[in-house]
Design a protein around this ligand. Structure first.
Ligand SMILES: C[S@@+](CC[C@H](N)C(=O)[O-])C[C@H]1O[C@@H](n2cnc3c(N)ncnc32)[C@H](O)[C@@H]1O
Ligand SMILES: [Zn+2]
Length: 265
């Protein structure tokens, strides 16, 4: 069994009666929400707050992104992995696909304890830790596959914990993602720039695009989707008001699913 590592000394942690402990007796409680807090830094770092988590949970429950979840599940099942991580798992919407993987050790890591409270409820077979994706509490060369959906990417750290030839699936917005929503807010919307990910540790082996139209039927749904986007923080009050006036919106969504393979040492 792959252990979590102690954030203080790096030794493996063993779980005994809801307490993770290393040989040096550093200990961490497994919370009643089924995650352990292994955040290493003493700095005040945190992931998404309660409002962001609530908005995303409500929106994802509407199943608007179910086709993306199905596509990601298909890609991951095809790898037949025995150890996986959802990196920046949020409240576990995509982590839920772990329930379809047989004989596989599954992990979820996120900085947001609010998000993990939700994730722990919906994915009982997954081990969750509050930690940074840049300092994963997992051993070197332990995982077959990592996925990262709309979360910060830590390529170096991912390469450390993946086995040679291990896979990293990165899901992000395609050029036309939320095009019709952007048309409401901006006079001249722009296509999302497509970042090239180059890393000495990985090579790109597959790239797929998924696009379809979603229909939002309430003002709440529109606001929830907007809250999930980076535009929420960058948009002026006047432009936000244009969206608040709507109670229905049909918008194109477009996702990019890129698979990278870790190069052998
Ligand atoms: C846009 S959300 C995506 C969540 C989930 N993957 C999904 O698609 O539903 C980004 C997530 O990354 C988390 N996050 C941000 N910085 C992080 C870091 N350095 N380490 C771990 N998680 C981080 C946030 O707390 C948030 O849950
Ligand atoms: Zn320790």
């Amino acid at each position: 069994m792959i252990p979590f590592l102690c954030p203080v000394c790096g030794l493996p942690l063993t779980l005994n009666q809801s307490v993770y402990q290393c040989e040096k007796r550093h200990s961490y409680d497994l919370s009643r929400f089924h995650y352990v807090n292994l955040i290493r830094s003493s700095k005040k770092i945190h992931g998404d707050n309660v409002e962001m988590v609530k908005a995303r949970t409500r929106f994802l429950r509407s199943q608007a992104y179910q086709p993306l979840k199905a596509k990601l599940t298909e890609l991951i099942q095809a790898e037949n992995p025995s150890a996986v991580l959802d990196s920046g798992c949020g409240e576990g919407y995509y982590t839920e696909l772990c329930e379809t993987l047989e004989n596989c050790e599954c992990f979820g890591v996120d900085l947001s304890k609010e998000a993990l409270k939700q994730a722990g409820r919906s994915c009982p077979s997954v081990r969750f830790a509050a930690a940074s994706v840049f300092e994963l509490p997992l051993p070197d060369h332990s995982l077959d596959l990592i996925w990262s959906c709309f979360a910060p990417l830590a390529l170096r750290e991912n390469a450390r914990v993946l086995k040679d030839q291990g896979k990293l699936i990165v899901v992000g917005p395609g050029p036309r993602h939320l095009w019709d929503l952007k048309k409401v807010i901006y006079d001249t919307p722009y296509l999302n720039p497509q970042e090239t990910l180059s890393s000495p540790d990985f090579e790109l082996i597959d790239e797929q695009t998924l696009s379809y139209t979603i229909q939002l039927d309430t003002a709440q749904q529109i606001q929830d989707l907007f809250t999930m986007t980076p535009y929420y923080y960058k948009t002026s009050i006047q432009d936000k008001q244009k969206l608040e006036a709507l109670s229905q919106l049909s918008t194109e969504v477009e996702f990019n699913l890129r698979t990278f393979q870790k190069k052998s040492a």
